[in-house]
Ligand binder design. Structure first.
Ligand code: C2O
Ligand code: CU
Length: 510
């Protein structure tokens, strides 16, 4: 972590080093460089070589920006919750106390935990009742940008702030070294103040100038004409009547100008770990004056970095990107979705000495930018080899018609589903087809998958991910995974409204 070539330590590095040399022998940092509030209370060595972390889920008043306060749900009083930094392979014990007035659980998104630690209420554990404590224990793997969040009543709890970064540092040297890093967690909020933002129901497809899916522009245009974009009818058809009106966008729990500036020094290679914790919105991240190099998808390294101008991120996805700090000045990292930057999704990126300069906003229309898409990346061979049978599953995603809150997989609503039945070592091919008018970020618990094909086009070197955006309007995605982690694992859309509407199934590995 302390990779700065410069002589003077940054505040964060200083804290990390002092943290390391302390009795506890580890560092725990907050996303944007601040010392974690109540750090000593959060983590300590339990005496048996296991790192023990204490998290309390509790309500707290949270200020998104001056004057914009709401009753949030927090881990340890902050949004996002404390960033956990673990070493790959390290054993960790997380003691969760529920100080909310409703049940909750913790899910370790992108971490290959034992099934009983997966945090799915009614499936892998009983919900943790108010006043109760639950102890999670697992080995931290695989390395990369992961996150943790509630898995109970997500449409309320995830939306109100129960999420945080979980960074697992690789045991082997990182293939893409850097001098400085920041973690940025993106989120959408309903505060009731300010205008409702246009929905991003088309997901990442829109960033590439497409309506989405195999029907492409023609169909999209037709739909738009039929329904009126963003109008009453459109809103109902596209989104379901209950989708809340998001009006504020945050980076690390704050809306611009309350976001904490990212300080860089000329010559540094800077890594940004981007996590989309939003319930509904896709974001398109760009940085004025700089190109971004995508190095990791959902925490997993690519074969080589991919240079782009902007990176679309669907809910629950993570991207690690890097840039070289070679243009001294004050810049802005922003979201290119219409209205998002104005609604708070901006953060200053200041070169040392430019902290008081006025920052330059990004230039150029989205249509002129080179935007990341899955087909640009080449993954590495990170998953185990299959030793059993191959099974193919066709999963049709649909629902949301005429404003309904029902979302289905093969016409079924969880928990009334036909599970994907697998034996350990089997290879599961899953072919998603989206018959609905919204994109669905599909996430598998317990192990990662390879993305084999998007809209009928094969990827030469499949990406390793745990969430994948299946485009609206007949979008098609094919993934495969090795059934390596025994247990009952959810495979679901990560938009809480869709999860709760039934768009979840199970991979049963025995
Ligand atoms: Cu982020 Cu079911 O998970
Ligand atoms: Cu969905």
């Amino acid at each position: 972590m302390s990779r700065s070539r410069s002589r003077k330590l940054s505040r964060r590095e200083f804290l990390q080093r002092t943290g390391r040399s302390g009795l506890a022998g580890f560092a725990l940092t907050a996303g944007s460089g601040a010392l974690l509030r109540g750090q000593s209370a959060v983590a300590q060595d339990a005496g048996d070589g296991v790192r023990e972390i204490r998290l309390e889920a509790r309500q707290a008043l949270w200020e998104l920006a001056p004057g914009k306060r709401l009753k949030a749900m927090t881990y340890n009083g902050q949004v996002p919750g404390p960033e956990l930094r673990l070493q790959e392979g390290e054993r960790v014990r997380v003691v969760l106390t529920n100080a909310l007035s409703e049940p909750t659980t913790l899910h370790w998104h992108g971490v290959d935990v034992p099934n009983a630690m997966d945090g799915v209420p009614g499936l892998t554990q009983k919900p943790v009742a108010p006043g109760e404590t639950f102890v999670y224990e697992f080995e931290a793997r695989p390395a990369g940008t992961r996150w943790y969040h509630t898995h109970f009543a997500s449409a309320t709890q995830l939306d109100l702030g129960l999420y945080a970064p979980l960074i697992i540092e690789p045991a082997q040297p990182d293939p893409f070294p850097f001098d400085r890093e920041y973690t940025l967690v993106l989120d959408d909020w309903v505060t009731g103040s300010g205008a409702a933002l246009p929905r991003t129901a088309e997901g990442t497809a829109r960033a590439q100038g497409r309506m989405g899916g195999m029907m492409g522009r023609g169909m999209g245009g037709m739909m738009e004409r039929m329904m009126g974009r963003g109008g009453m009818m459109g809103g109902m058809m596209m989104g379901g009547s209950r989708t809340p009106a998001y009006d504020t966008m945050t980076i690390n729990g704050k809306a611009y100008p309350a976001t904490e500036p990212l300080l860089v020094r000329q010559g540094e290679r800077v890594r940004l770990r981007l996590i989309n914790a939003s319930a509904d919105h896709t974001h398109i991240v760009r940085l004025s004056g700089h190109r971004l190099q995508v190095t990791h998808t959902d925490g997993n390294p690519l074969a080589q970095p991919v240079d782009v101008d902007a990176v679309p991120i669907t809910p629950s996805e993570r991207y690690d990107v890097q840039f070289v700090a070679d243009r001294p000045g004050a810049w802005l990292l922003t979201c290119a979705e219409p209205g998002h930057a104005h609604a708070g999704e901006q953060v200053r990126v200041d070169y040392e000495g430019y902290e008081h300069a006025s920052p330059a906003a990004p230039e150029g229309a989205l249509s002129d930018l080179q935007v990341w898409r899955y087909g640009l990346g080449q993954g590495r061979q990170l998953l185990p080899s299959p030793s059993g049978q191959t099974h193919t599953f066709d999963l049709i995603l649909s629902g949301g018609m005429m404003g309904s809150d029902v979302w289905t997989i093969n016409g079924q609503q969880y928990p009334e589903v036909d599970p994907l039945r697998l034996r350990q070592g089997d290879l599961a091919r899953v072919r998603f087809r989206n018959h609905s008018m919204e994109a669905h970020p599909m996430h598998l618990h317990g192990q990662s998958f390879r993305v084999l094909a998007i809209n009928g086009r094969s990827l030469a070197q499949p990406l390793v991910k745990d969430s994948v955006d299946v485009e609206a309007h007949m979008g098609a995605v094919e993934v495969e995974f090795i059934a390596s982690n025994p247990g009952d694992w959810l495979f679901h859309c990560h938009k809480p409204m869709h999860m709760e509407g039934g768009m979840m199934t199970l991979a049963q590995i025995h």
